[in-house]
Design a protein around this ligand. Sequence first.
Ligand SMILES: [Zn+2]
Length: 409
Amino acid sequence: MTPVTIIIAVVLLGGSLIFFRSNSKQYHASRAAHHEQRSAEREKRKAKASSPEANPDGKTSTPDTGELTRVGKWWLLNPKSPFPLHIKARDEFVARELKATLDDSYSIYSSEAVRMVMEVMLANSIVCKEVEEYVKIYKSKLLAKLESLSSDPHLFTGTTGRDTRKIRREIIEETISAFDIQPYCKISDLLLGHKDNAEEADQYFKKKYGRKTAAFYLSKPQGLYHIPIDDPEREAFENLTTLHLAAAGRKADPFKILEALDMDEIRGLVKDLNFSKFKDKAEAINAVEPLPDIKDRLSEVVKYKEIFEILPPPVDSLISETIGNSGKSPFDYEAAKLVTHTYQKGGEAITEREEFTRRENESVKGWKVIASKNCCQHCYELSRKRFRKEDYPKTPVHIGCRCSVSLVY
Ligand SMILES: [Zn+2]
């Protein structure tokens, strides 16, 4: 069996098992018991984390955002909210647990609420449709911007370590600050921490570079290659160079070339200079590599015409080097933050509207959106508009929106 067949077989088998299990009464009963236990744990935790500031008069006033509703393959958490949140969850118990946790979030400290929501989302692999939609649109905007800047293969995979990382960060923050919609979260963590599934990434790569090129590139580990002029793979390497997936000759990273040399060869490169004896190869490389004429010096020992360096995929390397390799994704926390705050703001908007309806009289001419000072251009422009009395504006305006509605007299 090919790996693909195995994957398909496993997916089919797994799917039918879940199908079988979800239909059995026993499964249903054990899920219900589990849910009850989780619900008791949540109550305990809620009591501990209860915030007197969030809840000054001791009354619990959780806005009614409506009953959990099935919409296609999604669960709609808050049908009464002006901003609906849909989630993908493995069953109704999981969806209910998330909704209950979000309802609790009104009466506990914000950071603790976000942590609790994140735990439920992570433990049950819950995906929020509105968060994914934002990420999809704005991540591709960010990647397009970064790709347009990556025509110099060493701008991002460069030799100066810390500096290129700083440059990347600046480019990313600058690009993000120009987005018209700015959800209340760390957008760079949200977008860069988001992981496309492997299949998606593979398809993207094939689509972008073509099947043949993708296969050749993926078969070559990153690093230096010695490819003489008559080598049958020469043409393929040259093709990668034009696509910025490889660097040829003098454009190859001098650091990597030095690593491939032995100590005597490195010493030979700088025999005319007054370097004291190098302790080891690492020290030698660090001393020699910054020399302004290092590329010329290297030409004495390497044939540049026959050297290629396989580079990391421009954008992927940029992302992994920017967020580091801690293995922990900052995406999960930011996504939980967006779900929590958008759910809360939606509930508050319902309460607010009820309040306004009670106070409404002839002197009320209409409505306006009050843009939160750390919201975005989109909301700022909306805040200059006046809404007629029968045209009550919807807030939150977007995922992670902090804006609210006010009366116009
Ligand atoms: Zn807003």
